[in-house]
Design a protein around this ligand. Structure first.
Ligand code: ARG
Length: 448
């Protein structure tokens, strides 16, 4: 029974927030006259010395005391008799909801910092290879040329949406549930605003933010679901980034080489250099998705309000947070320590077939309907293939034979620099657009 029901083996991680919450609660109990000054001081000193011992790894957690809350309170009361008054008008139900919200706020700040570092690494790699071109792929088939930096900036956009989502999640987590008691608040005249202020549960104007329904406050784990959903989407983005790096580092692509520190060798094949950090980032996405599904399933059948089932939220939350934070950090390091083989990328981008769409656009410029232009450009691709030569090496005569519409203007279409400079719509991969985006992100990341 004890082993089955205990949570202290994993919820001990909430200790700092549990103690901060208790300190605020005690200060409030003093203000409303439940504690004397001496009692409040006794409790404060006791909690501080317990905090020190936990911090130094000297605190003895007891499984039979079930959870973090009972462990700390029992030890406090053993040291300071006034500790027995600390739980006045408080339940572990509102206490654990408080601890989780506080823990998550800190976690979001830390994860956001790692995401920003990853964005910075991507921007820096793009800046360092500003003129490098590569094929953009659809269906993993060569599609149209892009700048390498444009490809990297796509990930910067994804991670910026992730950061916005986390900020949004923070706002909803940042509401104080303490004072909700077990389910129905308290008959004592608690000062909920004071506790909320002390613990930083305030809006941008410094006004306290309190949960408005005691039953919802103790039964709600939406904020945990939201965080784990945000984490799942971050895991998706990290996994896609990992996949690109894995592909690019193959001999077949040869676009990048990873630093040894982010790879491992094979125990059998001496020549191997495996992209394990990227592969595990891709692989660990699965468990992050699993955590989200476990939480949704955990909540769906619960009657109001608190049920012990909710204790199962913690390992899922901690695992998603730990996994995604570590992967973000390692991927940032991997990106920062990547060698880009510019000549390989540019050689792949020089495939004139990538400009077949530009050829069709050229005909459109001559007044031809796009469907017809697409058909003729396709005919040119087919003809070049049959002749066994690249599209940009057809002679003027051969162009005219394919269709007189090509005239002799077609060859300039295959000037890659010129082709790139024509892609200057907002969001397009033209050189000025990419430079503008790199500068924009540099500025944004410096500010936040
Ligand atoms: N360890 C519990 C949890 O994490 C704390 C709340 C327990 N409340 C109770 N009434 N048994 O959910």
């Amino acid at each position: 029974m004890a082993l089955f029901t205990q949570s202290v083996s994993f919820d001990w991680r909430l200790w700092e927030h549990d103690i901060l919450g208790s300190l605020a609660h005690a200060a409030m109990l003093l203000k409303i006259g439940v504690l004397t000054k001496a009692e409040a001081r006794e409790i404060e000193n006791g909690l501080n010395s317990i905090a020190r011992e936990i911090c130094e790894g000297r605190f003895a957690w007891k499984l039979e005391l079930e959870d973090i809350h009972m462990n700390i309170e029992a030890e406090l009361t053993a040291r300071a008799p006034a500790g027995a008054k600390l739980h006045t008008a408080r339940s572990r139900n509102d206490q654990v909801a408080l601890d989780m919200r506080m823990w998550m706020r800190d976690e979001i700040v830390d994860l956001d910092r790692e995401l920003r570092a990853l964005q910075e690494a991507l921007v820096a790699l793009g800046e360092g290879h500003a003129g490098v071109m590569m094929p953009g792929y659809t269906h993993l088939q060569r599609a149209q040329p892009v700048y390498f930096a444009h490809h990297l900036l796509a990930y910067v956009e994804m991670f910026s949406r992730d950061r916005e989502r986390l900020l949004d999640c923070f706002r909803r987590a940042n509401i104080c549930p303490l004072g909700s008691g077990a389910i129905a608040g308290s008959t004592l005249p608690l000062d909920r605003e004071m506790v909320a202020r002390l613990l930083g549960f305030v809006d941008q104007k410094g006004r306290p933010r309190l949960t408005q329904n005691s039953m919802d406050a103790v039964g709600d784990r939406d904020f945990v679901v939201e965080f784990c959903a945000d984490a799942a989407l971050i895991a998706v983005h990290l996994s896609r980034l990992a996949e690109d790096w894995i592909l690019w580092s193959t001999a077949e692509f040869g676009f990048v080489t990873l630093a040894d520190a982010y790879t491992t060798g094979s125990s059998l094949m001496p020549q191997k250099k495996n992209p394990d950090v990227a592969e595990l980032t891709r692989g660990k996405a699965g468990r992050v998705f699993g955590n989200l599904m476990a939480l949704l399933t955990l909540l769906k059948g619960l009657p109001m309000a608190y049920n012990r089932d909710l204790q199962e939220d913690k390992q899922r939350l901690f695992d998603s947070a730990d996994t995604v934070r570590a992967a973000t950090r390692l991927m940032a390091g991997m990106v920062a320590h990547t060698t880009v083989h510019a000549e390989k990328c540019c050689a792949a981008a020089a495939d004139p077939g990538l400009l077949a769409t530009d050829l069709a656009d050229f005909l459109v410029g001559e007044g031809m309907p796009f469907r017809q232009a697409h058909h003729l450009a396709g005919a040119a691709v087919g003809a070049a293939e049959r002749m066994g030569k690249p599209l940009n090496q057809l002679t003027a005569k051969e162009w005219r034979q394919i269709d007189p519409a090509f005239g002799s203007g077609a060859p300039e279409v295959f000037d890659l620099r010129r082709a790139m400079s024509r892609r200057e719509l907002a969001g397009a991969p033209g050189p000025r657009q990419v430079a503008r985006q790199l500068a924009r992100w540099r500025k944004l990341l410096a500010g936040a």
